[in-house]
Design a protein around this ligand. Structure first.
Ligand code: DC
Length: 538
């Protein structure tokens, strides 16, 4: 394959003289593999690149779309240094094809190959997460609780996974999905001398994100390592009966379905569409965490549906978040309450705070309910002035979680990755239902990284200590400014230096310094941010 100047290629394809082809290039009418090229010196390989003028492929260039059943042990691309064969070599066509996305070398199944650079670019754009379906054979049989954790997302070292569809297949259920090649393999296995095999099971998993070795990492984390991973679906395409190592051209209906998929995703991402789309189709607010709205979640305001407010202790998150939620008619959810609740339960049950495994087990087992502050007879507000009711396994611990001993122990508890994973899962379920103001330390970065509006409230540590002191004194507790200040500095240090989900502003968060502002002023400023967001989107 050789590269030539673009104007020469265009001229050879009958688009006019080289001079007039230069003008076509300069006018921005030419794309190479989906990218507009306007430099005259640019070169391309006509045999392997998708060159178009005004969106039309050059005459004589055939766009080809192939599905390959890549066997395990093959690479999706070419890497002579890797020492593995390439799946591309299994397909003998005259066009130079490449794979759309990757499929791990250990995984088998559907790989889309094409020379249509434009479609590839659009299919791979990270903004559009097209579903990919896999059959995964795992060790053992995961119980329903694990399946649910999988469905809602698990915490990997590069962040939590998005919700996934996970279905445990009935024994033999995988056969309905796997074609001839698999049947032959089973026959061969049946002839082999029988050895006692450990129990395995098959799951059908649909993901809408593709992180490196994601399925293998997820399954290992939940104690059911993947033995085989076979991709059976990619957007509208299905592997069907294709045996491993075999390929076929896509039908024109399949090519059209891919084009429609891309067009729909682009349509769906238009900002004015975002308001109308249901917020990701997630289940409604949490069963375990039992969060309740402060008002009805029925506002008509065309505002951001998920609002993340992060920041250090006493920066004003709860007061401002609560007020904002009330005004919008959204759910207000203070995630710090959950870390505090687990800490109190550990202290109360005599579980040493330093015992990470035991504290983590508590976070996984204790049923937390965060409820509105209604009094026993349903009247609001609660006579004791609480702004939420916190139940742990049914026990009301609303005030206990504010005690100084909890304050001292909560930072180490919230630094345990297992505790974070368990609580993050519940928080995401609540947040992803939408119409929520969620406050904490890692909402914009980890819990809801795609929140519509992210706000980071900050204030000087002395000012925050002063506010905390006033709060405590208002509750009739003793509080010395210097002591509270020292405690706050210690917590800031732990919260922002811990390895797992440290306190930090998301790159796309709007930082508001509240040091010299009254609560009213902060609320007004935050309302302004909500309105500005709505104005931009409208
Ligand atoms: O906001 P707060 O002071 O009630 O939070 C209590 C503790 O929980 C605090 O030390 C940090 C931790 N936390 C966290 O690590 N992540 C969150 N999303 C919320 C709170």
């Amino acid at each position: 394959m050789s590269e030539e100047r673009l104007q020469k290629i265009l001229a050879q394809a009958g688009l006019g003289s080289r001079r007039s082809c230069e003008e076509i290039i300069l006018a921005g009418r030419v794309t190479v593999d989906g990218r507009v090229v306007t430099e005259l010196g640019a070169k391309a390989d006509a045999a392997s690149s998708d060159i178009r003028v005004d969106g039309q492929p050059l005459a004589g260039q055939r766009l080809r779309y192939v599905i390959l059943h890549k066997p395990a042990g093959y690479l999706s691309g070419r890497d002579p240094r890797a020492g593995y064969p390439s799946g591309l070599d299994l397909v003998s066509v005259s066009e130079r094809l490449y794979a759309v996305g990757r499929l791990d070398q250990d995984s088998a199944g559907l790989l889309l190959l094409t020379n249509d650079g434009e479609l590839t670019q659009r299919l791979l754009h990270p903004r559009y997460e097209h579903p990919k379906t896999y059959l995964v054979q795992v060790q053992g049989v995961p119980n329903p609780r694990k399946i649910r954790r999988w469905q809602h997302g698990v915490m990997l070292d590069d962040g939590p996974t998005a919700p996934a569809e996970v279905e445990l297949l009935r024994r033999g259920g995988e056969r309905a999905w796997l074609g001839r090649g698999f049947a032959e393999e089973r026959k061969r296995d049946a002839k082999a001398p029988a050895e006692p095999q450990p129990r395995t099971s098959w799951l059908k998993i649909t993901l809408r994100e593709g992180r490196k070795r994601q399925l293998r990492r997820m399954t290992a984390l939940l104690g059911h390592p993947a033995l085989r991973v076979i991709r059976i679906g990619l957007g509208p395409l299905v592997l069907g009966n294709l045996a491993p190592g075999k390929w076929r051209d896509l039908t024109s209906a399949e090519v059209q379905a891919l084009r429609d998929l891309v067009a729909q995703s682009e349509e769906g991402q238009r900002p004015d569409e975002r308001q109308r789309r249901p917020n990701s189709g997630m289940p409604a607010a949490g069963q375990r965490a039992g969060a309740q709205p402060t008002g009805e979640r029925t506002t008509k305001t065309p505002g951001p549906s998920t609002i993340a407010i992060d920041g250090p202790s006493a920066s004003g998150k709860s007061t401002v978040g609560g007020r904002l939620a009330q005004e919008l008619g959204y759910l207000y959810f203070d995630t710090g309450v959950m870390y505090r609740a687990i800490t109190w339960i550990a202290l109360e049950r005599g579980v040493p705070i330093a015992n990470e495994a035991a504290v983590t087990a508590l976070a996984q087992q204790v049923k937390l309910d965060i409820l509105p502050p209604a009094s026993a007879d349903g009247q609001r507000p609660h006579p004791d002035g609480r702004d939420v009711t916190v139940l742990a396994d049914g026990q009301d611990i609303t005030w206990q979680i504010r005690r100084p001993e909890v304050e001292r122990a909560v930072s180490p508890v919230s630094a345990y990755p297992g505790v974070r994973a368990a609580l993050t899962l519940q928080q995401r379920r609540i947040g992803q239902a939408g119409r929520v103001v969620m406050v904490g330390r890692d909402i914009g970065t980890v819990v809801l990284p795609r929140a519509d509006l992210k706000i980071y409230l900050d204030a000087s540590v002395r000012e925050r200590a002063r506010r905390r002191c006033l709060e405590r004194r208002a509750r009739g507790e003793d509080a010395e400014l210097e002591e509270v200040l020292a405690e706050m500095k210690r917590r800031d240090e732990i919260d922002s230096s811990r390895e797992c989900a440290p306190l930090s502003a998301a790159a796309d968060a709007i930082v508001v310094d509240t040091s010299d502002l009254t609560v009213e002023q902060v609320v007004t400023r935050v309302q302004g941010l909500v309105e500005r967001w709505a104005g931009k989107v409208r």
